[in-house]
Design a protein. Structure first.
Length: 404
Protein backbone atom coordinates (compact mmCIF):
# COMPACT_ATOMS: atom_id res chain seq x y z
CA UNK A 1 0.00 0.00 0.00
CA UNK A 2 1.31 3.46 -0.82
CA UNK A 3 2.06 5.90 1.95
CA UNK A 4 -0.85 8.17 2.89
CA UNK A 5 -0.92 11.66 1.50
CA UNK A 6 -3.23 14.29 3.06
CA UNK A 7 -6.08 15.67 1.04
CA UNK A 8 -4.92 18.48 -1.19
CA UNK A 9 -1.47 16.92 -1.53
CA UNK A 10 0.63 16.83 -4.65
CA UNK A 11 0.36 13.83 -6.98
CA UNK A 12 4.04 14.18 -7.90
CA UNK A 13 6.62 11.84 -6.41
CA UNK A 14 7.27 13.04 -2.84
CA UNK A 15 10.70 14.21 -1.78
CA UNK A 16 10.49 12.00 1.33
CA UNK A 17 8.51 8.79 1.62
CA UNK A 18 8.39 6.63 4.74
CA UNK A 19 6.93 3.18 4.17
CA UNK A 20 6.00 0.99 7.13
CA UNK A 21 8.88 2.38 9.18
CA UNK A 22 9.49 0.57 12.45
CA UNK A 23 12.11 0.80 15.18
CA UNK A 24 12.40 -1.64 18.08
CA UNK A 25 15.14 -1.08 20.63
CA UNK A 26 16.63 -4.13 22.39
CA UNK A 27 14.97 -4.94 25.69
CA UNK A 28 11.83 -2.90 24.97
CA UNK A 29 8.52 -4.72 24.58
CA UNK A 30 6.92 -2.02 22.43
CA UNK A 31 8.39 -0.36 19.32
CA UNK A 32 9.52 3.26 19.49
CA UNK A 33 8.14 3.77 15.96
CA UNK A 34 5.51 1.43 14.60
CA UNK A 35 4.47 1.04 10.94
CA UNK A 36 4.86 4.73 10.15
CA UNK A 37 4.01 5.68 6.56
CA UNK A 38 3.79 9.20 5.19
CA UNK A 39 4.81 11.35 2.22
CA UNK A 40 6.43 14.80 2.35
CA UNK A 41 6.12 16.68 -0.97
CA UNK A 42 9.05 18.70 -2.25
CA UNK A 43 9.36 22.19 -0.80
CA UNK A 44 6.96 21.62 2.12
CA UNK A 45 7.32 21.50 5.90
CA UNK A 46 5.95 18.38 7.58
CA UNK A 47 5.77 18.71 11.37
CA UNK A 48 5.94 15.69 13.68
CA UNK A 49 4.10 16.44 16.90
CA UNK A 50 2.78 14.41 19.80
CA UNK A 51 3.30 13.55 23.46
CA UNK A 52 6.64 12.54 24.95
CA UNK A 53 7.55 9.01 23.90
CA UNK A 54 5.69 9.11 20.60
CA UNK A 55 8.82 8.63 18.49
CA UNK A 56 9.24 12.10 16.98
CA UNK A 57 13.01 12.39 17.42
CA UNK A 58 13.48 8.69 16.74
CA UNK A 59 11.77 9.14 13.36
CA UNK A 60 14.08 12.04 12.54
CA UNK A 61 17.13 9.93 13.42
CA UNK A 62 15.80 7.10 11.26
CA UNK A 63 15.49 9.40 8.25
CA UNK A 64 19.06 10.58 8.81
CA UNK A 65 20.24 6.99 9.51
CA UNK A 66 21.68 7.99 12.88
CA UNK A 67 19.88 4.83 13.98
CA UNK A 68 18.88 1.94 11.75
CA UNK A 69 15.24 0.94 11.16
CA UNK A 70 14.03 -2.48 12.26
CA UNK A 71 11.69 -2.63 9.29
CA UNK A 72 10.31 -0.47 6.51
CA UNK A 73 11.80 1.82 3.86
CA UNK A 74 13.08 5.38 3.63
CA UNK A 75 12.93 6.91 0.16
CA UNK A 76 14.42 10.33 -0.61
CA UNK A 77 14.04 11.93 -4.05
CA UNK A 78 12.93 8.59 -5.45
CA UNK A 79 15.98 6.71 -4.12
CA UNK A 80 15.69 3.99 -1.49
CA UNK A 81 18.25 5.11 1.09
CA UNK A 82 17.32 2.55 3.75
CA UNK A 83 20.63 0.76 3.24
CA UNK A 84 22.67 3.51 1.57
CA UNK A 85 26.00 4.68 2.99
CA UNK A 86 24.99 6.76 6.05
CA UNK A 87 27.85 9.26 5.79
CA UNK A 88 27.06 10.05 2.14
CA UNK A 89 23.38 10.34 2.99
CA UNK A 90 23.97 12.81 5.83
CA UNK A 91 25.97 15.11 3.57
CA UNK A 92 22.78 15.48 1.52
CA UNK A 93 20.61 16.27 4.53
CA UNK A 94 20.76 19.39 6.72
CA UNK A 95 20.25 18.77 10.43
CA UNK A 96 19.31 21.35 13.08
CA UNK A 97 18.88 20.42 16.75
CA UNK A 98 17.64 22.26 19.82
CA UNK A 99 21.11 22.51 21.39
CA UNK A 100 22.47 23.79 18.03
CA UNK A 101 25.67 21.72 18.35
CA UNK A 102 28.11 24.33 17.04
CA UNK A 103 31.76 23.39 17.42
CA UNK A 104 33.01 25.69 20.24
CA UNK A 105 36.64 25.79 19.02
CA UNK A 106 35.64 26.92 15.51
CA UNK A 107 34.62 30.39 14.37
CA UNK A 108 31.14 30.96 13.00
CA UNK A 109 32.53 30.91 9.45
CA UNK A 110 34.34 27.64 10.11
CA UNK A 111 31.21 26.08 11.59
CA UNK A 112 29.12 26.98 8.55
CA UNK A 113 31.84 25.80 6.15
CA UNK A 114 32.15 22.31 7.71
CA UNK A 115 30.21 20.26 5.15
CA UNK A 116 31.22 22.24 2.03
CA UNK A 117 34.87 21.67 3.04
CA UNK A 118 34.23 17.94 3.42
CA UNK A 119 32.74 17.94 -0.07
CA UNK A 120 35.72 19.83 -1.51
CA UNK A 121 33.73 22.86 -2.60
CA UNK A 122 35.34 25.99 -4.02
CA UNK A 123 34.20 29.52 -3.15
CA UNK A 124 33.32 28.54 0.41
CA UNK A 125 34.00 32.01 1.85
CA UNK A 126 31.43 33.55 -0.49
CA UNK A 127 28.95 30.82 0.42
CA UNK A 128 29.43 31.52 4.15
CA UNK A 129 28.81 35.24 3.63
CA UNK A 130 25.72 34.50 1.52
CA UNK A 131 24.27 32.27 4.23
CA UNK A 132 24.99 34.71 7.05
CA UNK A 133 23.16 37.41 5.10
CA UNK A 134 20.32 34.98 4.40
CA UNK A 135 19.75 34.39 8.14
CA UNK A 136 20.04 38.10 8.94
CA UNK A 137 23.58 38.26 10.36
CA UNK A 138 26.17 40.73 9.02
CA UNK A 139 29.14 38.66 7.73
CA UNK A 140 31.77 41.27 8.67
CA UNK A 141 30.46 41.26 12.24
CA UNK A 142 29.90 37.56 12.87
CA UNK A 143 32.08 35.36 10.67
CA UNK A 144 35.11 35.64 12.99
CA UNK A 145 33.24 35.23 16.27
CA UNK A 146 33.01 32.04 18.33
CA UNK A 147 29.79 30.33 19.49
CA UNK A 148 30.30 31.48 23.10
CA UNK A 149 29.97 35.08 21.89
CA UNK A 150 26.48 34.54 20.49
CA UNK A 151 23.02 34.72 22.04
CA UNK A 152 20.72 31.70 21.89
CA UNK A 153 18.80 33.15 18.96
CA UNK A 154 21.99 33.98 17.06
CA UNK A 155 23.29 30.45 17.64
CA UNK A 156 20.10 29.00 16.18
CA UNK A 157 20.47 31.19 13.11
CA UNK A 158 24.03 29.93 12.64
CA UNK A 159 22.78 26.37 13.10
CA UNK A 160 20.30 26.89 10.28
CA UNK A 161 22.99 28.47 8.09
CA UNK A 162 25.29 25.49 8.69
CA UNK A 163 22.49 23.06 7.83
CA UNK A 164 21.90 24.92 4.54
CA UNK A 165 25.60 25.27 3.68
CA UNK A 166 25.80 22.42 1.16
CA UNK A 167 22.38 23.32 -0.31
CA UNK A 168 20.74 20.02 0.75
CA UNK A 169 17.29 19.24 -0.65
CA UNK A 170 16.14 17.96 2.76
CA UNK A 171 16.34 19.64 6.17
CA UNK A 172 15.63 17.89 9.47
CA UNK A 173 14.88 20.09 12.48
CA UNK A 174 14.53 18.68 16.01
CA UNK A 175 12.80 21.26 18.24
CA UNK A 176 15.12 23.97 16.90
CA UNK A 177 13.43 26.81 18.78
CA UNK A 178 12.48 24.91 21.94
CA UNK A 179 15.13 26.28 24.32
CA UNK A 180 14.64 29.96 23.45
CA UNK A 181 12.54 32.58 25.23
CA UNK A 182 9.03 33.08 23.78
CA UNK A 183 9.68 36.48 22.16
CA UNK A 184 12.87 35.37 20.41
CA UNK A 185 11.21 32.08 19.51
CA UNK A 186 8.36 33.80 17.68
CA UNK A 187 10.78 36.05 15.84
CA UNK A 188 12.87 33.06 14.76
CA UNK A 189 9.76 31.21 13.60
CA UNK A 190 8.71 34.19 11.50
CA UNK A 191 12.23 34.61 10.13
CA UNK A 192 12.49 30.94 9.28
CA UNK A 193 9.17 30.95 7.43
CA UNK A 194 10.39 33.96 5.45
CA UNK A 195 13.60 32.09 4.69
CA UNK A 196 11.69 28.98 3.64
CA UNK A 197 9.76 31.13 1.20
CA UNK A 198 13.10 31.81 -0.52
CA UNK A 199 14.92 28.47 -0.33
CA UNK A 200 11.91 26.06 -0.49
CA UNK A 201 13.55 23.09 1.20
CA UNK A 202 11.71 19.90 2.08
CA UNK A 203 11.65 19.91 5.87
CA UNK A 204 10.71 17.48 8.62
CA UNK A 205 10.26 19.54 11.79
CA UNK A 206 9.83 18.08 15.28
CA UNK A 207 8.03 19.92 18.07
CA UNK A 208 5.98 19.06 21.15
CA UNK A 209 3.97 22.30 20.81
CA UNK A 210 0.75 22.07 18.77
CA UNK A 211 0.64 25.85 18.31
CA UNK A 212 4.14 25.81 16.80
CA UNK A 213 3.11 22.88 14.60
CA UNK A 214 0.10 24.79 13.31
CA UNK A 215 2.19 27.86 12.56
CA UNK A 216 5.15 26.12 10.94
CA UNK A 217 3.65 23.14 9.12
CA UNK A 218 2.27 22.72 5.63
CA UNK A 219 1.26 19.31 6.99
CA UNK A 220 1.13 17.91 10.51
CA UNK A 221 1.72 14.29 11.53
CA UNK A 222 0.27 13.74 15.00
CA UNK A 223 1.80 10.63 16.59
CA UNK A 224 0.57 8.46 19.43
CA UNK A 225 2.78 6.85 22.06
CA UNK A 226 4.83 4.17 20.33
CA UNK A 227 5.25 6.09 17.08
CA UNK A 228 1.86 5.23 15.60
CA UNK A 229 0.30 7.75 13.25
CA UNK A 230 -2.95 9.21 14.56
CA UNK A 231 -3.58 11.75 11.78
CA UNK A 232 -1.57 13.33 8.96
CA UNK A 233 -3.26 16.33 7.41
CA UNK A 234 -3.14 19.98 6.54
CA UNK A 235 -3.33 22.13 9.70
CA UNK A 236 -6.80 23.40 8.77
CA UNK A 237 -8.21 19.89 8.55
CA UNK A 238 -6.50 18.75 11.73
CA UNK A 239 -8.19 21.62 13.59
CA UNK A 240 -11.61 21.36 12.00
CA UNK A 241 -11.85 17.60 11.53
CA UNK A 242 -9.80 15.67 14.13
CA UNK A 243 -9.70 11.95 13.37
CA UNK A 244 -10.64 10.87 16.90
CA UNK A 245 -10.80 11.84 20.57
CA UNK A 246 -7.02 11.55 21.03
CA UNK A 247 -6.37 14.08 18.26
CA UNK A 248 -9.07 16.44 19.54
CA UNK A 249 -7.71 16.25 23.09
CA UNK A 250 -4.13 16.89 21.97
CA UNK A 251 -5.20 19.93 19.94
CA UNK A 252 -7.05 21.22 22.98
CA UNK A 253 -9.77 23.84 23.22
CA UNK A 254 -10.19 26.78 20.90
CA UNK A 255 -9.37 24.89 17.70
CA UNK A 256 -11.18 27.43 15.54
CA UNK A 257 -9.36 30.31 17.22
CA UNK A 258 -6.06 28.50 16.57
CA UNK A 259 -7.15 28.21 12.94
CA UNK A 260 -7.17 32.00 12.65
CA UNK A 261 -3.34 31.77 12.64
CA UNK A 262 -3.59 30.05 9.24
CA UNK A 263 -5.50 32.81 7.46
CA UNK A 264 -4.09 36.22 6.60
CA UNK A 265 -6.10 39.43 6.41
CA UNK A 266 -5.42 39.47 2.68
CA UNK A 267 -7.28 36.14 2.37
CA UNK A 268 -10.64 37.56 3.49
CA UNK A 269 -13.07 40.18 2.29
CA UNK A 270 -12.80 43.23 4.52
CA UNK A 271 -15.89 44.75 6.07
CA UNK A 272 -17.14 48.14 4.88
CA UNK A 273 -17.11 50.72 7.67
CA UNK A 274 -18.24 54.36 7.90
CA UNK A 275 -15.27 56.72 7.69
CA UNK A 276 -14.84 60.42 8.29
CA UNK A 277 -12.27 63.14 7.60
CA UNK A 278 -11.29 65.97 9.97
CA UNK A 279 -13.32 68.59 8.07
CA UNK A 280 -16.56 66.56 7.92
CA UNK A 281 -19.67 67.66 9.80
CA UNK A 282 -20.59 65.53 12.76
CA UNK A 283 -24.23 65.38 11.68
CA UNK A 284 -23.29 63.86 8.29
CA UNK A 285 -21.07 61.23 9.90
CA UNK A 286 -23.80 60.42 12.43
CA UNK A 287 -26.24 59.91 9.59
CA UNK A 288 -23.80 57.49 7.93
CA UNK A 289 -23.54 55.59 11.17
CA UNK A 290 -27.28 55.23 11.50
CA UNK A 291 -27.58 54.00 7.92
CA UNK A 292 -24.83 51.41 8.46
CA UNK A 293 -26.05 50.26 11.85
CA UNK A 294 -22.50 50.52 13.20
CA UNK A 295 -21.69 51.80 16.65
CA UNK A 296 -18.61 53.74 15.56
CA UNK A 297 -17.14 55.56 12.59
CA UNK A 298 -13.43 55.64 11.81
CA UNK A 299 -11.78 59.05 11.58
CA UNK A 300 -8.96 59.19 9.02
CA UNK A 301 -6.26 61.86 8.91
CA UNK A 302 -5.67 63.92 5.73
CA UNK A 303 -3.33 61.17 4.40
CA UNK A 304 -6.00 58.49 4.88
CA UNK A 305 -4.45 56.90 7.97
CA UNK A 306 -6.70 55.71 10.84
CA UNK A 307 -6.77 58.19 13.69
CA UNK A 308 -9.68 57.51 16.07
CA UNK A 309 -12.98 55.69 16.57
CA UNK A 310 -15.98 58.04 16.80
CA UNK A 311 -19.00 56.88 18.80
CA UNK A 312 -22.60 57.93 18.17
CA UNK A 313 -22.72 59.65 21.54
CA UNK A 314 -19.73 61.86 20.76
CA UNK A 315 -20.99 62.71 17.28
CA UNK A 316 -24.33 63.70 18.76
CA UNK A 317 -22.72 66.54 20.70
CA UNK A 318 -22.91 69.51 18.33
CA UNK A 319 -20.27 72.14 17.80
CA UNK A 320 -17.17 70.07 18.43
CA UNK A 321 -14.50 69.41 15.75
CA UNK A 322 -14.00 65.77 14.83
CA UNK A 323 -10.25 66.00 15.41
CA UNK A 324 -10.73 66.11 19.16
CA UNK A 325 -13.19 63.25 19.41
CA UNK A 326 -13.01 59.51 19.84
CA UNK A 327 -10.76 56.76 21.04
CA UNK A 328 -7.33 56.84 19.40
CA UNK A 329 -6.69 53.90 17.10
CA UNK A 330 -3.93 51.94 18.80
CA UNK A 331 -2.84 48.80 16.98
CA UNK A 332 -3.60 48.57 13.28
CA UNK A 333 -3.42 45.42 11.17
CA UNK A 334 -1.58 44.96 7.88
CA UNK A 335 -2.78 42.76 5.04
CA UNK A 336 -0.12 40.11 5.62
CA UNK A 337 -0.97 39.78 9.32
CA UNK A 338 -2.97 36.74 10.43
CA UNK A 339 -6.57 36.87 11.54
CA UNK A 340 -5.32 35.81 14.97
CA UNK A 341 -3.35 39.06 15.13
CA UNK A 342 -6.42 40.91 13.87
CA UNK A 343 -8.49 39.34 16.66
CA UNK A 344 -6.00 40.62 19.23
CA UNK A 345 -6.23 44.15 17.79
CA UNK A 346 -10.02 43.89 17.65
CA UNK A 347 -10.27 42.96 21.31
CA UNK A 348 -8.06 45.92 22.24
CA UNK A 349 -10.36 48.32 20.38
CA UNK A 350 -13.41 49.83 22.01
CA UNK A 351 -15.13 49.80 18.61
CA UNK A 352 -15.10 46.01 18.29
CA UNK A 353 -13.14 46.22 15.05
CA UNK A 354 -9.55 46.34 13.82
CA UNK A 355 -8.49 48.88 11.19
CA UNK A 356 -6.55 47.36 8.28
CA UNK A 357 -3.84 49.43 6.59
CA UNK A 358 -1.53 49.06 3.60
CA UNK A 359 2.30 49.20 3.99
CA UNK A 360 2.17 53.00 3.91
CA UNK A 361 -0.33 53.07 6.79
CA UNK A 362 -3.36 54.11 4.70
CA UNK A 363 -6.77 52.69 5.52
CA UNK A 364 -7.87 49.61 3.57
CA UNK A 365 -10.90 48.33 5.48
CA UNK A 366 -11.93 46.72 8.75
CA UNK A 367 -11.84 43.28 10.34
CA UNK A 368 -14.73 42.78 12.77
CA UNK A 369 -16.46 39.81 14.37
CA UNK A 370 -18.49 39.20 11.22
CA UNK A 371 -15.27 38.96 9.20
CA UNK A 372 -13.82 36.42 11.63
CA UNK A 373 -17.03 34.38 11.74
CA UNK A 374 -17.10 34.19 7.93
CA UNK A 375 -13.44 33.11 7.87
CA UNK A 376 -14.08 30.34 10.41
CA UNK A 377 -17.09 29.13 8.41
CA UNK A 378 -15.05 29.10 5.20
CA UNK A 379 -12.25 27.20 6.92
CA UNK A 380 -14.76 24.60 8.10
CA UNK A 381 -15.91 24.08 4.50
CA UNK A 382 -12.46 24.11 2.90
CA UNK A 383 -10.87 22.03 5.62
CA UNK A 384 -13.56 19.34 5.66
CA UNK A 385 -13.01 15.91 4.23
CA UNK A 386 -13.83 15.76 0.51
CA UNK A 387 -17.02 14.16 -0.67
CA UNK A 388 -17.45 11.03 -2.76
CA UNK A 389 -14.70 8.84 -4.15
CA UNK A 390 -11.92 11.26 -3.20
CA UNK A 391 -12.98 11.05 0.43
CA UNK A 392 -13.08 7.27 0.34
CA UNK A 393 -9.60 7.15 -1.15
CA UNK A 394 -8.21 9.61 1.39
CA UNK A 395 -9.85 7.90 4.35
CA UNK A 396 -8.93 4.38 3.25
CA UNK A 397 -5.25 5.30 3.45
CA UNK A 398 -5.45 6.61 6.96
CA UNK A 399 -3.85 4.48 9.63
CA UNK A 400 -6.56 2.15 11.04
CA UNK A 401 -5.65 3.36 14.51
CA UNK A 402 -6.64 6.88 13.49
CA UNK A 403 -10.27 6.05 13.97
CA UNK A 404 -11.37 6.46 10.36
Amino acid sequence: MSAPTPTGGSEAEPMIRLEGLQKRFPGQAEPAVDDLSLDVPEGEIAVLVGPSGCGKTTTLKLINRLIEPTAGRIVIAGEDVTHADPDSLRRRIGYVIQQVGLFPHMTIAENIATVPQMLGWKGIDARVDELLELVGMEPATYRGRYPRELSGGQSQRVGVARALAADPPVLLMDEPFGAIDPITRERLQDEFLRLQGEVRKTIVFVTHDIDEAIKMGDRIALLRIGGRLAQYDRPQRLLIDPADAFVAEFIGGGARVKGLRLVTVDDVELTEWPTARPGDEAARVLALLRESDRGHALLLDPEGRPRSWLSREELGRNGRPLEGLGETVGTTVEVDDTLHQALDALLASGAGAAAVVDPSGRYRGVVDLATLAAAVAAMAVNGHRPAGAEAEAANSERDPAAGS
